[in-house]
Design a protein around this ligand. Structure first.
Ligand SMILES: Cc1ncc(C[n+]2csc(CCOP(=O)(O)OP(=O)(O)O)c2C)c(N)n1
Ligand SMILES: [Mg+2]
Length: 920
């Protein structure tokens, strides 16, 4: 049972805490772990009478199911009429089922949902089936495994497709599409050279989204999070998300989307974002459109993570306080895709793969694929191997509906179906909006260069908004007054643009206590804590409920070992981590640790989640530190994905500054599967969109003979990606922090610092493998006590006569321990080894203080275990030279293609040579 505290305030950086009284036992099953979600799977049973009716009339039933499964093959869902694959599928021929009398009547009970109870002739039935399954909409259901769910889907689909919309819906739809068209025309006129990626040809997406917001509010959704790419984005932002047109014009004119006082890079027009409260049917709906980098589909996992983070902020879904987590959440994620990217970008599959996994599920995403059958100039048959752009969705057994975008009312009905399915099953659902692209990939491209036939058809088409309005002109009235008044409205905004001042700011709502860090200086934070409290947390971190059957080896090597370390004051890496995380939970921060096998830890060192050997149930002792605990850790053992999971955790981290999110790679080098997330979000999100993130990436790094792919976390790439200045002056305001801690206490401080500071920065930790168990890599609790802090540089306290020092060795990471033991073995007494623990921001001040204790130095050696073209060398060399006037002499492996050799003998020879050269 969890009782979460919603309102978490920022921690003062000096905390005096009282020790609580004991802890409540955690549950025995994974289901009881914090963040586990028992979602509703309320599926209508297939009624007995239906089954009886079907078995009485097997042939008509076979025809109906064949329509349900195959109708999509011949449906009229392509607005251009050029992409239908089958003209006359054999499966839909009634004669195949022995049905040839059109006037024969059948009982429709349990066979056709909209005829329920009545009788119908074969010809009526076929007409109904053609209209429902082969008309402007079509559905794919044969891949849905659960019969009850399939039944529900078909019934709901048939009901929606055959429903009629009220006049009010017609009017809103017509008005929304006309305004979208006017906006596109206005922009084309005023800014003829701008690539706006307008919604022309896909205006029905306005109707779809509008209806989605409406129905979502109706079923009690409080928040909709939207992720989408370029096509039609401005139309949705202005049309439905109250984005001020004047701000768009301001941006097009080359001005910043942020206030002038801010020094950020900003982003392009087609990536603008919005976060607003809109009102629907008397209810308030908070709608957030996430920024979207140009990397198509990359926003998907970020949106999912942000959605789950929002659930924690709202205490809904998996985080409901009363532990009635069988309810669905009030937060809905909505993704709009292009057809080419949805069917070819790998992250789409990764996201589908994690979408139903405990601790990653977000209660379903509604996907709208805007299918114009083109990706830039590539036609669909060169853009994928599958039949439909949506086929990847079949792997999750979710319904897929295809709809002809030239029939906007049908699009609306499908939108209702999507929300109803989401509301019922809390699973993904995919809607393919078949439309066309009025212009080229952008408005400046000429599409007839590559698609002449397609564009001959498109050029002859009357626009969808005009056609729809004309069809309804009797009830809608003359369109010209609407077009003129909206044009005038836009024009008035246009006239205001020169006086417009952007007021965007980053620190709103839950971020209000955060600040933009100062542009000078690297701050120090007191991250120490009372030793009594630390000991208490340490003990609780391995306390399991009475009667739990812990693995024998774990009892001795983990639980007893930790308890004796607390007594003997020899804190190792995993204990330090437990102390950092446990103390943050204690102080009011929620924590999430995610990655492959993180509960146990890749190197079997963490055991944050302990498994009962009889029941398989999991216990997370840190969630029972104290009886009145209000903040918890979610231990998320992830699927074998890096890109989606890393993007997900970034999304989670940008939701709330009081969620500490830690992602750990199995081995450091595997981060590169998530490189897009690092480039497009983690290292650049704050500069582009003002999004601070306190995401921690732990990347096991170190040369221990493990071969090319298990040795290096490519630290050089992170350093190259920082905006640290070679000339100096780094401050807290750098884009990312990169650290290479060598002691457990340093790890403890740097984790705590993430949450104690009043700003957030992504933190890249080169984390250890061999140090996890190295007897000398331990810390004392004193090093974590009040007044202690993360040290950017660790000096050498073993040197007795500083004036005798002529050579200083500088290094970073676990290499220190190899250097130190070599020095001891060879009785070298006057060569200090200085560890640089903080790499970015570059701590030139701390280094200066340390290095200039030695007055007679003639040589400065940089020693690293990585090859010459990797590691910290290319980062440190110019900084030492330019900022401290020191020319370093490098000792390293020779330059390599792969990060390391796979041949143990060579690895050992290289390691020995580096040590010898460093001291010779
Ligand atoms: C990962 C990635 N590769 C390539 C591009 C360049 N690009 C921008 S839009 C586009 C076509 C996208 O087609 P689709 O997803 O069908 O969307 P549409 O433009 O047709 O709406 C391409 C290839 C990109 N932005 N991202
Ligand atoms: Mg496309």
């Amino acid at each position: 049972m969890w009782r979460l505290s919603r309102s978490v305030t920022c921690l003062p950086h000096k905390n005096k805490l009282k020790v609580g009284t004991g802890g409540a036992a955690a549950g025995y099953h994974t289901e009881n772990c914090f963040g586990y979600w028992r979602k509703p799977r309320a599926i209508d049973p297939v009624q007995k009478e239906w089954i009886e009716s079907r078995s009485r009339q097997p042939n008509i039933w076979r025809l109906v199911t064949s329509y349900q499964n195959n109708g999509h093959k011949t449906a009229r869902t392509d607005p251009l009429g050029i992409n239908n694959k089958w003209s006359d599928p054999i499966e839909l021929n009634p004669e195949v089922y022995g049905l040839d009398n059109n006037n024969y009547y059948y009982d429709t009970l349990g066979i056709l949902h909209c005829f329920e109870g009545g009788e119908a002739s074969l010809s009526d039935i076929i007409n109904y089936l053609n209209k429902t399954y082969c008309g402007n909409t079509a559905i794919e259901v044969s891949h849905i495994m659960d019969p009850g769910e399939r039944e529900w889907v078909l019934r709901s689909y048939e009901t929606h497709v055959n429903s009629s919309l009220g006049l009010e819906s017609h009017q809103r739809l017509g008005t929304g599409m006309i305004k979208s068209q006017v906006l596109d025309q206005f922009l084309a006129k005023k800014f003829p050279t701008v690539k706006r990626y307008g919604g022309e040809g896909a205006e029905a997406m306005i109707g779809f989204t509008d209806e989605l917001f409406d129905r979502a509010a109706d079923v009690g959704v409080s928040d909709v999070l939207v992720g989408m790419s370029h096509r039609g984005r401005l139309n949705l932002l202005i049309g439905l998300m109250e984005y001020p047109p004047v701000a768009v014009f301001n941006k097009i004119k080359g001005n910043s989307e942020f206030s002038d006082a801010m020094t950020y890079t900003g982003d392009v027009l087609s990536h603008l974002t919005s976060s607003v409260d809109i009102s629907r049917g008397g209810r308030s709906l908070h709608v957030t459109m996430l920024p979207n980098p140009s990397h198509l589909e990359a926003v998907n996992p970020v949106l999912m993570g942000k959605t789950r983070g929002r659930m924690l902020s709202r205490l809904t879904g998996p985080y409901q306080n009363d532990n009635t987590s069988s309810d669905r959440s009030n937060v809905l994620s909505f993704l709009v895709h292009g057809d080419a990217s949805f069917s070819a970008q790998g992250v789409v599959m990764e996201c589908l793969s994690i979408s139903e996994v405990p601790h990653y599920e977000v209660g379903g995403t509604i996907h709208l694929v805007v299918n114009n059958n083109l990706g830039f100039t590539t036609p669909h048959n060169y853009g994928r191997s599958s039949m439909y752009c949506s086929d990847i969705g079949k792997m999750n057994g979710v319904p897929i509906v295809h709809v002809n975008g030239s029939y906007p009312e049908d699009v609306l009905k499908v939108s209702r179906f999507a929300v109803d399915y989401w509301n019922q099953f809390n699973k993904d659902v995919i809607i393919v909006l078949n439309c066309y692209r009025r212009w080229g990939h952008n408005e400046l491209d000429d599409p007839s260069i590559t698609q002449p036939q397609m564009y001959r058809i498109i050029n002859k088409l009357k626009t969808i908004p005009d056609t729809y309005w004309e069809e309804n002109v009797e009830s809608f009235g003359d369109v010209s007054s609407l077009t003129q008044s909206y044009y005038d409205e836009l024009n008035n905004y246009f006239k205001e643009v020169d006086n417009f001042k952007s007021e965007e700011s980053n620190f709103k709502c839950q971020w209000k206590d955060m600040v933009q860090p100062a542009a000078s200086g690297i701050s120090e934070w007191d991250t120490g804590l009372d030793i009594g409290l630390l000991k208490y947390i340490g003990e609780r971190s391995v306390a399991v409920p009475k009667g739990m059957r812990v693995h024998d080896r774990l009892q001795s090597s983990h639980i007893s070992e930790r308890l004796s370390r607390l007594v003997n004051d020899k804190i190792d890496w995993s204990t330090a981590e437990a102390l950092a995380i446990g103390s943050l939970l204690y102080q009011g921060v929620n924590v999430r640790v995610s990655g492959q096998d993180v509960g146990r830890g890749t190197f079997s060192h963490r055991h944050m989640m302990i498994i009962d050997q009889e029941t398989n149930g999991a216990v997370i002792p840190l969630n029972s530190i104290r009886e009145d605990q209000g903040h918890f850790i979610e231990v998320a053992n992830s699927p074998l994905s890096e890109e989606a999971v890393l993007g997900y955790e970034y999304g989670y981290s940008i939701e709330n500054p009081n969620h500490l999110v830690i992602w750990e790679a199995q081995y450091g080098d595997f981060f590169n599967g998530g490189q897009i997330m690092i480039d497009a979000f983690i290292s650049s999100g704050e500069d582009k969109w003002l999004y601070q993130s306190g995401l921690v990436m732990c990347l096991p790094h170190g040369y221990d003979g493990a071969g090319p792919e298990h040795s290096s976390s490519r630290i050089e790439r992170f350093l190259q990606m920082t905006n640290s200045s070679e000339e100096g002056g780094d401050s807290d305001s750098v884009n990312i922090n990169v650290v290479h801690p060598t002691t457990p206490s340093q790890y403890y401080h740097v984790l705590r610092r993430q949450m104690v500071r009043n700003f957030r920065k992504p933190l890249i930790i080169q984390s250890p493998k061999t140090l996890l168990r190295l007897p000398s890599a331990v810390s004392s609790l004193n090093e974590m006590s009040p007044g202690t802090t993360f040290k950017p540089v660790i000096g050498d306290h073993t040197i007795k006569n500083k004036d005798s020092v002529e050579r200083i060795v500088l290094c970073s990471g676990k290499h220190y321990y190899a250097l130190d033991s070599y020095r001891k073995e060879n009785n070298i007494e006057n060569v200090p080894i200085i560890r640089i623990e903080l790499l970015c921001p570059f701590p030139s001040g701390s280094l200066y203080d340390e290095l200039y204790k030695y007055k007679q130095v003639k040589e400065f050696v940089w020693s690293q275990e990585e090859p010459a073209n990797m590691g910290v060398w290319s980062f440190i060399e110019p900084r030492m030279r330019k900022q401290l006037g020191i020319n370093l002499h490098r000792v390293s492996r020779v330059a390599y293609g792969p990060p390391a050799t796979g041949i143990t003998r060579i690895h050992q020879q290289e390691a020995k040579k580096i040590l010898q050269e460093t001291f010779s």
